[in-house]
Design a binder for this molecule. Structure first.
Ligand code: HEM
Length: 477
């Protein structure tokens, strides 16, 4: 095939296996394997993951140049993703249909009416959550000498914040519905093990080896989440408020569904179920795990924690909750947050794009139908951008000689993708991270348990990375 000679370089392929042998040999975690292989094959690399052809983009420049191109603004939708939405291309994250664009625009506009992406109301929601969170942290500090096992610790707060944006009401930490939702999400995410990786490589395996591929967990998660959202819809329908003046996103959508009277492909209940699914999956595990990593890096680097606390003590009163506008007042703490995002990089290879048409870049062909992977891990570990010590946690790299942020922050923005398929939650995520981190460090301190080995920063591998559970001593300051 003459077209193939224009493909980007990549390792030689084996029949049926494609490049799986080289990928697995390079590193058991796919994203690190891509990092290693891309150092050999370049910023655009062609690999075959089992039966799936993929172009891997591994430099900041190529990502920046390519991600906003319409030709690669589709999203891969196969295997377990098809089952997630009943075999139909629905929702915002995984659909490549023209309707996705309209739906995303609608969701962002509608959510905005209820505070999403509006600085004041977003901060008010986070502030409210932090007030409750303080109580939780205080009681931890008072018990067992402050010893606490950090495991999915921030999930409930982050879900509460998201729920206020969507449903207009807050869940208490011990609300059984919140607990259910948290359990549902963890079921789905924990299925992202090696087996699920094999399901990506060979989608049909999921039907043959449900147990081995972990696919039964995905099925279980799907059932639970659809059920949960259907109950929410029913509850909102029974309340009937949506009929007159919707006061939250869910009611707003139901209002639109009724108005459309079955004539719209956007406003259907089935579409709504998948939108909620998208919001839970995109908006929840990501920010929570980044925050957990933040805590971990603080206990592993007490000198950095101390330096950030000194800066915060000079700038904020105890119990004062910072605003994202205060970022420049506390450059070192902001740099600590950026370094946390860089090092934890919880979505090192996010849900792949798909080329919907052929596209040429620097003479290389990205063929229609190929999957396109955004290898942000290679950006976050690029020694030409961040210096030789990319594997060290060092916030100073974001600070210039004048003591201010030096502009390297722009590279961290790639954590949220770019172009019309970029993340809708980057602002909420950054606001939450900044407000939580500043508040936590101003009011509490975090320490290693004496005589225990250092907790590892190696992640639990999954669709979204998370730190392994670790012990911490929390002290109120
Ligand atoms: C640390 C936090 C987060 C990270 C690192 C992150 C990262 C990403 C990335 C890399 C993408 C794909 C971008 C692309 O293809 O160009 C994405 C898409 C998306 N994210 Fe996030 N995200 C985070 C938080 C959130 C939050 C808080 C929400 C919702 C409130 C959210 C909702 C979404 C949605 C709906 C999409 C799909 C957009 C589309 O396909 O058009 N994310 N996110």
């Amino acid at each position: 095939n003459p077209r193939r000679k224009n493909l980007p370089p990549g390792p030689p392929q084996y029949p049926l296996l494609g490049n799986l042998p080289q990928i697995i040999k390079a590193h058991p975690f796919g994203y690190r394997a891509y990092h290693k292989l891309s150092q050999q094959y370049g910023e655009l690399m062609h690999v075959k993951v089992g039966l799936q052809d993929q172009i891997v983009i591994s430099s900041y420049k190529a990502l920046k140049d390519l991600l906003d191109k319409e030709e690669i603004s589709g999203r891969m939708w196969n295997g377990f993703l098809v089952d997630r939405s009943h075999g139909k291309e629905l929702g915002m994250i995984f659909s490549s249909l023209p309707a996705q664009k309209d739906l995303k625009t609608y969701v962002m506009r509608a959510l905005r009416d209820y505070g999403f992406n509006k600085s004041d109301s977003m901060e008010a929601t986070v502030r409210e959550e932090l007030k409750h969170f303080h109580g939780r942290m205080s009681s931890i500090a008072k018990k067992n000498g402050g010893l606490h096992r950090m495991e999915r610790f921030f999930q409930s707060s982050i879900m509460s914040i998201l729920w206020v944006m969507m449903a207009g009401e807050r869940y208490d930490h011990d609300d059984p519905n919140l607990e259910r939702l948290l359990k549902i999400n963890s079921t789905w995410f924990q299925s992202g093990n090696f087996g699920a990786g094999m399901v990506v490589a060979y989608p049909f395996l999921r039907f043959l080896f449900k147990e081995w591929t972990g696919y039964y967990r995905i099925e279980e998660g799907n059932e639970m989440i659809w059920g949960f959202i259907r109950e929410v819809i029913e509850e909102h329908r029974n309340r009937k408020e949506y009929k007159s003046e919707p006061t939250n996103f869910i009611d707003h959508f139901l209002h639109e569904v009724d108005k459309a009277g079955g004539k719209s492909e956007l406003f259907t209940e089935e579409q709504f179920v998948i939108i909620c699914y998208d919001m839970f999956q995109g908006g929840f595990e990501t920010t929570s795990n980044t925050l957990a990593y933040g805590m971990l890096y603080m206990i592993l680097n007490p000198h950095i924690q101390k330096k950030a606390q000194e800066e915060l003590d000079k700038t904020f009163e105890k119990r004062q909750i910072a605003s994202i506008m205060d970022k420049t007042k506390v450059p070192y703490t902001t740099a600590t947050m950026l370094e946390t995002l860089r090092m934890s990089n919880i979505l090192p290879v996010p849900g792949p794009r798909k080329a919907t048409k052929d596209y040429y870049y620097n003479g290389y062909l990205i063929p229609k139908g190929f999957s396109v992977a955004l290898n942000t891990y290679s950006v976050m570990r690029d020694t030409k951008i961040f210096g030789d010590d990319v594997d060290t946690f060092r916030p100073e790299r974001f600070i210039g000689p004048d003591g201010k942020l030096n502009g390297l922050e722009q590279y961290i923005q790639m954590s949220w993708g770019a172009g019309r398929r970029s993340c809708i939650g980057d602002k909420l995520a950054q606001t939450t991270l900044f407000m939580f981190l500043t508040y936590l460090l101003r009011n509490f301190s975090f320490h290693k348990v004496e005589n225990q080995p250092d907790p590892t920063t190696e992640p639990i591998f999954g669709m979204i990375l998370s730190p392994q559970p670790f012990d911490v001593i929390v002290k109120e300051r």
